[in-house]
Structure formats: structure tokens, C-alpha cells
Design a protein around this ligand. Structure first.
Ligand SMILES: [Zn+2]
Length: 454
């Protein structure tokens, strides 16, 4: 009898243990969250980069691997005041779960300060980091750690960042940390690099300095403006997004309580604003390399939740069906796109102020390998698209050049701003099981909060 009781008790005990363990693994919590945002990265951007990688380079995308092994949802992103959003509201909605006004940073539509997931993680003793190829004062990183009425208040955002105690701050726009007398853009004469050092930050300005840097708080500012497009970066002192991600993970993972890290490929958006398909693809491939770093980390530390998504779509990008001649479907001309040698920034610098038709022809030939027809040169010279619709094609030349090149590259752009195209949301790790179906970007906050168990 006693033996039977003992056996009964033991089997009951093992049942309880199994129950406890299975419920633990079911509702497993995330010690770490890595949130990766492709700014402006709509489904067409992903598809074009995937086509380029698989057909032109013979490689696959790590983001596709994450998608295949993890969860996928579609995500919409309307704000409190618009169906088309921008990076500030999108970041804040992901970071706080509250629908806010477009262009606001960390402040609700009622004017109240919102607490972000990064700030919550910090309160719980986790390490935190923000990494971007855009400015560290730009809307996406700011949306996780700053609180201002308008995203354009970047001087104020810089002040808040150096007081934030966010452990890793990597990106561009050093100019907002320096006074005008020191080639900066600050009107108050303050040198925030010195103030950051006083607040305990190690300040680094090149890839080499970043690699060697040690310390609890590191501020890496690698360009006066945005960091360079990947297409123009080689041979410079700037780190790649993957290198910044490695450094951030190495330092943040030392914290025993875990961490929150946001990594943004900030310039996919800028490339798309300027209808620069080569820069879109190369920055997206650089993002994929950073995703590989994060995914490898997640595989090694499965109590980490890896999330990959975008804030909004930029450009209304589409793959077009037809070539200049022939009536059959052909789709994107990857060969022609592979011939592009520089970003629109370099190209437009080469144009100078008022380029002659000969200069336009020469620059397009040099950078795109395309022999423009006279009527095409005329469209660029007169900036015809900008004349017709300056609201959706307001950048000098870019819209007109993009339009002229559409028959060569077979891609089209609907606007030089953002669209409401739904976005991909991919996840792997504890909490990712909720990433399926049709989600609003405010729900991502709840998913992260629940994953942490806050
Ligand atoms: Zn944008």
C-alpha cells in the first residue's frame, strides 16, 4: 500500500513537473529582444532584393530563412491622424502601443509622455541599444528613447539621448551633437560629445575605434550627416550595419538581465525616396547581413526574440512587366540594375547645379551604362515629373530620372514619399508565436511586453 502510494505520489509529482516545464516552454519568456527595422522596406523592396540575391548573386536571403523557420504576419501602421504614416509615428506606435500623431516622438495625441519598451526594459535592469545607418537623432531610434513634439527637433533629441543611459547609440548625424563653430548644427554652442563623455559615454567615430571600444555606454557617431549608402561606403571609415550589430550584441549580452536592441537599416527609405533602386537593393542586402548576425545570436541564445519588420513602405515600388521592345512579360531587368555604379547622391553631385543635356547623357552613361535618347534627356533636363506633380515627385531630377529609367530597369515608383502598403512582420523565439495574421503596429508593443513578461 505504502509502495502504491509512493508510486502514485511519484507519478503525480512527475506529472506536475512535466506540466510546469511544458507551461514554461509554452509561455517561454524572452530575456532579450532584437527588433530589426528596415525603414521604408515594403514587400516589393524585399522581393526585388530577393530576386537580385537569388538570380544575380546566387545567394539566398537570411530573412527568408527566418520567415521559413519562424512566424510571419502582415502589419498595418495607420496613425491617430493618417492612413499613411512616417518613421516617427511608426516607431512610437511599435515602441509604446499607442496610436499617435504623425511626426511626434514619444508623446501621445493628448500631449502626455509615453513610456517605451526600451525604457521599460531599462527599468527592469536590462541593457539597451539603438543602432541605425541613418541619424541616431532620426525618427526611428528617437521613437524608442526620446520625447519631443516634432521629429525635426533633433538638437533636443541629441540632448535627451546623451542623458538617456541607453548603452549603445550607433549611427550618423554627429552634426546635431556639435556647435556651429565646430562644423555642427547646434545653435546653443554646446558640444554634446564632451557632455556625453561626462555622462560616462565612450565616444567613437570610426569602425576601427568602435571595434576597440569597451565600456558600459558607447556613443558611435560615424558621419556628420546620415551614414553612407552601402553602395558608396566601401573604402571609408564607416562600419557596416552588420559590424555595428556584432559590436552591440557583444556588449549588451554581458548584462545578466538581458537586453533590448533596435537595429535599423535607415537608408532603404532614403534610397526609395529618391527612386534609387541600386541603393535600395544594396542597403537591403546589408540589412540582411545584419539579420544574419542577429539570427546566429538568436540560435545560440534561444531565449532571445528576434523580430524583423518595417515602419512603412516608401516609394510605392512595383516590378513592371514590359521591356522597351517585345510584347511578352519579362519583369525586372536585374542585369541592367547590376550595372549601376553609385547612389543618386553621388550622381546628383556629378550633375552640378544646372547640367547641360550633354552632361546628363554623360553622367547617366557613366553611372548606369545607359545611352539616353534625346527625348529622355529632355524629360530629365526639364524635370518634367516634378513639374506635373510636385507633391509626389518633389526632389530635383530624381523622379524624372526614375521615370526615364523605368523602361530600362522595369521597376516603377508611385511617389517619392510613403505609402500605406502593408508590411511584413517576421519573428522567431519566445513570443513570436503571436506573429501571425493581420496585425497593427501598436500590437507589436504588446507582443514584446508579453514576451519579456512585463
Ligand atoms: Zn521616409
Amino acid at each position: 500500500m505504502r509502495n502504491r502510494l509512493k508510486r502514485y505520489f511519484l507519478s503525480y509529482l512527475s506529472f506536475v513537473i512535466i506540466l510546469v516545464f511544458s507551461s514554461l516552454s509554452l509561455a517561454g519568456q524572452a530575456k532579450n529582444i532584437i527588433l530589426m527595422i528596415g525603414d521604408g522596406m515594403g514587400p516589393a523592396h524585399v522581393n526585388i532584393a530577393w530576386l537580385y540575391a537569388t538570380r544575380e548573386l546566387g545567394i539566398s536571403l537570411v530573412m527568408a530563412e527566418v520567415m521559413n523557420n519562424g512566424q510571419t504576419a502582415y502589419m498595418i501602421n495607420d496613425t491617430a491622424d493618417s492612413t499613411v504614416t512616417e518613421s516617427a509615428a511608426a516607431a512610437v506606435q511599435m515602441a509604446t502601443g499607442v496610436k499617435v500623431l504623425a511626426k511626434s516622438i514619444g508623446i501621445g495625441p493628448d500631449g502626455k509622455t509615453l513610456k517605451t519598451i526600451l525604457e521599460m526594459a531599462k527599468e527592469k535592469g536590462k541593457a539597451t541599444g539603438l543602432v541605425t545607418t541613418s541619424g541616431i537623432t532620426d525618427a526611428t531610434p528617437a521613437g524608442f528613447a526620446a520625447h519631443v513634439k516634432r521629429r525635426s527637433e533633433e538638437e533636443k533629441i541629441a540632448e535627451q539621448l546623451i542623458k538617456s543611459d541607453v548603452n549603445i547609440l550607433f549611427g550618423g548625424r554627429k552634426a546635431f551633437f556639435l556647435p556651429e563653430a565646430e562644423k555642427g548644427r547646434r545653435k546653443d554652442g554646446r558640444n554634446l560629445l564632451n557632455e556625453a563623455r561626462q555622462n560616462g559615454y565612450v565616444v567613437v567615430e570610426t569602425a576601427e575605434e568602435m571595434g576597440k571600444a569597451e565600456g558600459a555606454k558607447i556613443l558611435g557617431l560615424f558621419n556628420q550627416g546620415n551614414m553612407l549608402f552601402e553602395l558608396d561606403r566601401r573604402g571609408t571609415t564607416e562600419p557596416s550595419l552588420a559590424e555595428m550589430t556584432i559590436k552591440a550584441l557583444n556588449l549588451l549580452s554581458k548584462n545578466e538581465n538581458g537586453f533590448f536592441l533596435m537595429v535599423e537599416a535607415g537608408r532603404i527609405d532614403h534610397a526609395a525616396h529618391h527612386h534609387d533602386i541600386a541603393a535600395v537593393i544594396s542597403d537591403l542586402l546589408a540589412f540582411d547581413e545584419a539579420i544574419k548576425v542577429a539570427y546566429d545570436f538568436q540560435k545560440g541564445y534561444p531565449d532571445s526574440l528576434l523580430i524583423i519588420t518595417a515602419d512603412h513602405e516608401t516609394g510605392g515600388l512595383a516590378v513592371l512587366p514590359y521591356a522597351q521592345t517585345g510584347e511578352e512579360y519579362e519583369g525586372i531587368n536585374l542585369k541592367a540594375i547590376s550595372q549601376i555604379k553609385a547612389s543618386h547622391e553621388k550622381r546628383n553631385k556629378e550633375f552640378g547645379k544646372d547640367p547641360s543635356p550633354e552632361k546628363i547623357k554623360e553622367v547617366i552613361k557613366t553611372y548606369y551604362g545607359v545611352d539616353l535618347k534625346d527625348e529622355e534627356v529632355k524629360v530629365i533636363k526639364e524635370d518634367a515629373l516634378r513639374k506635373l506633380d510636385a507633391r509626389h515627385f518633389h526632389y530635383e531630377w530624381d523622379g524624372s530620372i526614375g521615370f526615364v529609367l523605368r523602361l530600362y530597369h522595369r521597376i516603377g515608383w508611385a511617389t517619392d514619399s510613403h505609402s500605406a502598403t502593408p508590411l511584413f512582420l517576421w519573428g522567431i523565439g519566445p513570443g513570436s508565436e503571436k506573429m501571425k495574421g493581420w496585425k497593427h503596429n501598436t500590437e507589436l508593443f504588446t507582443i514584446m511586453k508579453d514576451a519579456y513578461g512585463f
